[in-house]
Ligand binder design. Structure first.
Ligand code: CA
Length: 290
């Protein structure tokens, strides 16, 4: 058995946040040939589930950057959470400094009611400060941020802490690069935490034991498989942990050069069905090695 791990945003999803027919066919054909397809994303499971249902595919799902693993039938087979006191101190820090943030549980994505407005105010501020900033691009990026399923809007972070649910991930956003770096530096030095990014304007904070790579390794172990000949496809910093675990790592054509540099192959972009192309090349190499 071998594995094909695929990131979602900027990888399997096109710019309309959909999985193209060609990519669906490639996934189904790989599954028919006995490969285990694993969607591996920063998104929450319930959000991914909606996307997969719409596309008519049922893969394994590594969600919230490795904090959760769900089997093909939807059963949760692994969940790594953040301690509540840790969540409290992170949210307090972000809140005092006016960051836009989201908190992921297995039930919902919690955000502040004022969050979206806060986010667009920030874009307006940048517009007046930096003349070379492409505001239309930023606004598009901001809209993509809100294209997730499962939002619950609350008045303050205290409402989030009152939830009985376990916390898997905290995402903080800023289009102000200096401000975002401040948050990254604040949390990356904390022993219990892992900080990654799936886009230029965000950081994502999980338990240190939750990465896409560690989750993939765990899943392979659970299924008595190995990652030696597995393929991973992605476009961002939060994919590096899984690139390090597999024998065949593929960067998207739309990935940054630093991501392409750590992969053995670069495929087409996400709007050119780069996943389908990578899967077909991988199949060829698999067949040739037999
Ligand atoms: Ca991505």
């Amino acid at each position: 058995m071998s594995f094909i791990a695929i990131d979602l945003d900027g990888t399997l999803l096109n710019d309309q946040n959909e999985i193209s027919e060609e990519n669906i066919k490639a996934i189904q054909s790989a599954q028919e040939k006995g490969f285990e397809v694993v969607i591996s994303t920063g998104r929450a499971y319930f959000d991914v589930q909606m996307i997969c249902e719409k596309a008519g595919i049922s893969p394994f799902v590594i969600g919230t950057n490795g904090a959760t693993i769900h089997a093909k039938n939807g059963e949760c087979i692994s969940s790594i959470t953040l301690a509540k006191d840790c969540v409290e101190s992170i949210l307090q820090w972000l809140d005092e400094r006016n960051y836009y943030y989201e908190v992921f549980t297995d039930q919902a994505i919690y955000a502040l009611k004022k969050g979206k407005q806060q986010f667009s105010n920030e874009i307006q501020c940048l517009k007046s400060a930096e003349l070379d900033t492409d505001i239309a691009d930023l606004a598009k990026e901001a809209e993509r941020q809100f294209d997730q399923f499962g939002y619950v809007l609350v008045e303050s972070y205290h409402d989030i802490l009152e939830q009985a649910e376990e916390f898997n991930n905290i995402l903080a956003c800023s289009f102000d690069k200096v401000k975002l770096e401040e948050a990254r530096n604040q949390f990356k030095i904390v022993d219990e935490l892992m900080v990654v990014s799936s886009a230029d304007h965000n950081i994502e904070i999980t338990n240190k034991r939750a990465t896409k790579g560690m989750a993939l390794e765990k899943l392979a172990f659970m299924l008595n498989g190995t990652l030696e000949r597995a393929m991973a496809i992605g476009d961002s910093n939060n994919d590096i942990s899984m690139f390090e675990k597999v024998g065949y790592n593929v960067a998207m054509g739309n990935a940054k050069d630093e991501i392409k540099a750590v992969c053995i192959m670069t495929t087409l972009t996400n709007v050119e069905n780069g996943v389908a192309y990578a899967i077909s090349r991988y199949m060829e190499s698999f067949a040739a090695a037999k």
